[in-house]
Design a protein. Structure first.
Lengths: 324, 333
């Protein structure tokens, strides 16, 4: 009864493949360099992954709802620049809510276009990637933003502070992951997100308001981006206009690595966190064994394709595609 | 029937109408706002515009086929960079030392071969694994960029060959070398898409992949060939561009994929596949370049270009959908 057929083993491998691969990586890197699993190093990796991770949490909602968000990178640059600029003008206590409001407006605009006007999310967010980048440059005049008085402010707490011995970015990341994980898995809204992404037509017929659900997904994504921008700004206390450039694709890579399907309807917050950590640990592990940072690009490439391939192969029941 | 025939015409026409509109707007606005006393429609300025459209334009022709196929290629910027590195580096390889200036065609061939091989890798993965092209090329965008860095670290690769620079800066019948390349590529790809079986298959596969498989079209190899074409064109674009500039940074070509896709979508090609035209794409490429130059001409900050192009892209998407809805309603009555 308990015997596993070959197919079952294959299925388990494909389902949990990403976790198994992750375990192998950890073991391999630990054997190669004993420092890899030291608390300091682990803490360092999670801390440096926090910004990417916070963004990936929001994008997970968007991807599960069957859409894409390519604008998170330039949106993160925008919120970083805005909060740094406003910090010196109106003080941190007002700058942070103001920045959140502005970023949420951008998210609402995208949500309106994709949700209510039903425009293709890939092109809308591609356009917004460019548009928000232009907006940031126009806002800052192309100059770098810096906080003038770096020592006389409490603003650095979000990026550099620690509480209970744990860096604040990690706490924010974990708290947000827990909150959004509960929203996605345990609330009616979360179930609507899955329904809309899994089968939009069926969802509409069962009375789910597709447009509104998609709209709120983008709003959540923007909220996460604003949080990431806050951590980034607080960590560096100064920033270029292009700080988030290219992150949209890294974020997407993490979400896909976690096993969310680009077609929508599948994925979880927990898996996304795993995806983020895999990227972070691989990057760190390769550096620790003495390889250059760019080797991780190639490794990430191989891992992403293998992960998605295994996932698809398990669903269709055979390894190779049906194309002649 | 009438509506079906008219719609594509209106769509390709629309982008060219937009190009003309831009020309008029920037010429008139330039009279009042420009700091330079030269007209916007100055012949030299227009020739330069065509030349500057070439790098994006050449890749956009390949992207049109890929997108008509219902796929997408995000790795073109990285292929562009790797081909450029191979082009410039191979010119100083010891084995070619005796060739003199004959090293140029050899280096070109090597760079183009690089593009074809990288494209084939993408195509083979899409074909054999059945993973969506978006994910495959998202991965290889990272992977190929990693290869660029692995080749020469974070250093720029430089090699200035004056014979090559002279060739790249030459003007034959008034048009720059790069413009000739763009024209030739446009012509060839237009011919392929409108007059050959391969082109017809591309539309068929984009329209309905299942049906194409059932009709006996070998979808996998077909898509692989298209990925090899876009790889070749991305390398050709690098060859044309770097023959003149002579130095490539490992980060060059980043965001090219976004510019190219923007141009193709402006030109009326559907992301879902099955529809699109090369002439429309050419219009999209010129429209973007005109906007960049025009905004500079009337003294707007270069930063605003990104803002304007992004919003125009969304507006086009919206208008396109409205037009489609109208067309469907007309068919119903």
């Amino acid at each position: 009864m308990a015997t596993l057929s070959k197919q079952d083993i294959g299925k388990i491998l494909a389902r949990q493949g990403i976790l198994i691969a992750f375990a192998f990586f950890i073991i391999g890197f630990t054997l190669a360099n004993g420092r890899f699993l030291s608390p300091d190093n682990v803490m360092g990796v999670v801390r440096s992954s926090a910004i990417l991770g916070v963004m990936a949490l929001g994008v997970t909602f968007v991807v599960i709802s069957g859409n894409l968000d390519l604008s998170v990178g330039s949106m993160m640059s925008f919120s970083t620049i805005v909060v740094l600029d406003l910090h010196d003008k109106i003080g941190p206590a007002l700058a942070i809510p103001a920045m959140f409001a502005m970023t949420l407006c951008l998210g609402a605009f995208i949500g309106f276009l994709v949700g209510y006007l039903k425009l293709n999310s890939l092109i809308v967010t591609l356009g917004m990637l460019s548009a928000i980048h232009g907006l940031t440059l126009t806002y800052s005049g192309g100059k770098n933003m810096d906080i003038a008085d770096k020592d006389g402010t409490w603003f650095d707490v979000f990026g550099q502070g620690t509480a209970l011995g744990i860096p604040v970015p990690i706490l924010i990341f974990l708290a947000l992951a827990a909150l959004l994980g509960i929203i996605l898995a345990k609330t009616p809204f979360g179930r609507k997100v899955y329904a809309v992404g899994g089968n939009g037509t069926a969802a509409t017929f069962s009375g789910i308001k597709r447009a509104r659900t998609v709209f709120f997904c983008y709003l959540m994504s923007a909220g996460c981006v604003a949080t990431a921008g806050l951590i980034q700004a607080s960590r560096s206390m100064g920033s270029q206009n292009t700080v988030g450039q290219g992150m949209e694709l890294e974020v997407l890579a993490a979400v896909i690595l976690g096993g969310a399907s680009l077609l929508g309807g599948s994925g979880t917050i927990f898996k996304t966190v795993i995806g983020v950590l895999i990227l972070g640990f691989i990057q760190n592990g390769l550096l620790l064994v003495g390889l250059q940072f760019y080797v991780q690009y190639v490794v990430t490439w191989v891992i992403i394709i293998l992960a998605v391939w295994l996932d698809i192969a398990a669903k269709r029941g055979k390894l190779w595609s049906n194309f002649a | 029937m009438q509506a079906g025939k008219m719609t594509p015409f209106i769509k390709t026409g629309a982008i060219w109408a937009f190009v003309v509109l831009e020309l008029i707007f920037f010429s008139v606005a330039g009279e009042f706002l420009s700091l330079s006393d030269k007209a916007f429609m100055d012949l030299d300025n227009m020739l330069l515009l065509l030349k500057q459209s070439a790098p994006i334009g050449i890749i956009a022709m390949g992207m049109t086929i890929i997108m008509i196929n219902g796929n997408i290629d995000l790795s073109v910027g990285a292929i562009f960079a790797l081909a450029a590195v191979i082009l410039l580096d191979s010119m100083s390889w010891a084995i070619f030392a005796g060739l003199g200036d004959w090293v140029i065609p050899v280096s070109w061939a090597l760079a183009l071969l690089t593009g074809v091989v990288l494209g084939a890798v993408n195509g083979l993965i899409v074909w054999k694994t059945g993973v969506d092209a978006f994910i495959v090329t998202l991965g290889s965008m990272l992977g190929f960029r990693g290869l660029v860095f692995m080749y020469n670290g974070e250093n720029p690769t430089s090699e200035l060959n004056w014979t090559l620079v002279d060739f790249a800066e030459a003007q034959f019948l008034g048009l720059h070398t790069a413009t000739w390349f763009l024209a030739a590529v446009t012509l060839v790809i237009w011919y392929v898409m409108t007059r050959t079986v391969h082109g017809r298959n591309a539309y068929a596969i984009g329209n309905n992949r299942e049906a194409a498989v059932n009709a006996g079209i070998r979808v996998g190899p077909h898509m692989m060939i298209n990925f090899m074409i876009i790889g070749f064109l991305a390398a050709l674009s690098a060859v044309v561009f770097y023959s003149e500039s002579g130095s490539v940074n490992p980060n060059d070509g980043q965001l090219y994929e976004l510019w190219v896709i923007t141009a193709v979508v402006l030109g009326g090609t559907k992301l879902t596949g099955g529809a699109g035209s090369i002439i429309g794409t050419l219009g999209g490429v010129l429209a973007i370049q005109l906007l960049r130059k025009g905004l500079g001409h009337i003294g707007a900050d270069t930063e605003t270009v990104n803002l304007v192009i992004g919003l125009i892209l969304i507006a086009v998407l919206f208008l396109d959908r409205q037009l489609n809805l109208k067309g469907k309603e007309e068919l119903k009555t």
